[in-house]
Ligand binder design. Structure first.
Ligand code: ZN
Length: 137
């Protein structure tokens, strides 16, 4: 089988820099340079079939990203007062001074809702009710 020369070709983050011998299974091995700066050797068919598109840094980044997203949703779901002023719900914010949740709604330039609540759910419910009122009018 004739070897396809992959030198200089790009596969995802990898650029093939040269032939690197043959694997025990007969597949051609290629030396690749990753965008992150690392070099690695992989089989040609893995490159051509998109099985390898980085030295592994892409997967590591994805994992980090997913982990960060999970952390974010955990802290947003907890509604820990003090950590952040924002509740994640529009019109509802935590007031550090009073230790309460403020529900506000501006409609056509008027403040039609401005109330404080002991708990977050009550503030969100009030805000939702006010929004419905606006929709109805
Ligand atoms: Zn890399």
């Amino acid at each position: 089988m004739k070897r396809i020369d992959l030198t200089g070709k790009r596969f995802g983050r990898l650029v093939v820099v040269g032939f690197s011998g043959q694997a025990s299974n007969g597949n051609a091995l290629w030396q690749c340079q990753c965008d992150c700066g690392k070099t690695m050797v992989t089989e040609g068919y893995r490159l051509r079939h998109g099985l390898t598109s980085s030295c592994g840094c892409y997967r590591a980044e994805r994992m980090r990203h997913v982990f960060a997203q999970q952390q974010k949703s955990v802290s947003a779901g907890a509604h820990q007062p003090g950590a952040k002023n924002h509740s994640g719900v529009v019109g509802v914010s935590f007031d550090r001074q009073t230790g309460k949740w403020n529900a506000r709604l501006f409609y056509r330039g008027k403040l039609i809702l401005n109330k404080r609540f002991e708990d977050f759910e009550a503030a969100v419910a009030a805000r939702k009710r006010a929004e419905k009122k606006c929709d109805a009018s």
